[in-house]
Design a protein around this ligand. Structure first.
Ligand code: 5GP
Length: 133
């Protein structure tokens, strides 16, 4: 797996070296608007600690950091008034998911009907995938 590189864009945002359009900041997490929104509301929630992705975070973060991040996801969605209309939460880990920034981030998307979970997905005709054993 990748080693954490603290010159990544989100690390610079945490250190205040790059600006962000902030939604929420807590002891363990920061939420800010995505620079290239894929929905009317597209916010990223990141842990303040140095974690490459969901894999690194769930293996190595403390219980306080994990709770802190997920509480911030819920709180940001409430602040953005997304609860009633609904929202989607996702996080990309590594190559198959197309992760581009190697500091864990959770996308919150909302503000319009979001369509199927994977738009343009190549679901097999019989609806079943072969799962690796
Ligand atoms: P990924 O593909 O890694 O899950 O998503 C990276 C996200 O970070 C993309 O949605 C992209 O638009 C966003 N992003 C990249 N650079 C910046 C930046 O400098 N500021 C903000 N706010 N978002 C960024």
């Amino acid at each position: 797996m990748f080693k954490y590189d603290d010159t990544n864009i989100f690390a610079k945002i945490i250190r205040g070296k790059l600006p962000s359009d902030k939604v929420l900041e807590t002891e363990h997490a920061l939420a800010f608007h995505d620079i290239n929104p894929q929905a009317p509301i597209h916010v990223l929630v990141i842990p303040k600690g140095p974690y490459v992705s969901m894999d690194d975070f769930t293996a190595n973060a403390s219980a306080e950091e994990i709770v802190g991040l997920w509480r911030a996801v819920g709180e940001a969605a409430r602040l953005l008034d997304l609860v009633e209309g609904g929202y989607r939460v996702m996080s990309n880990h590594s190559a198959n998911a197309h992760q581009e920034v190697f500091h864990l981030h959770i996308h919150i998307l909302g503000g319009r009907p979001l369509g199927p979970m994977l738009e343009g997905g190549d679901i097999p005709p019989n609806g079943t995938w072969h799962r690796p054993a």
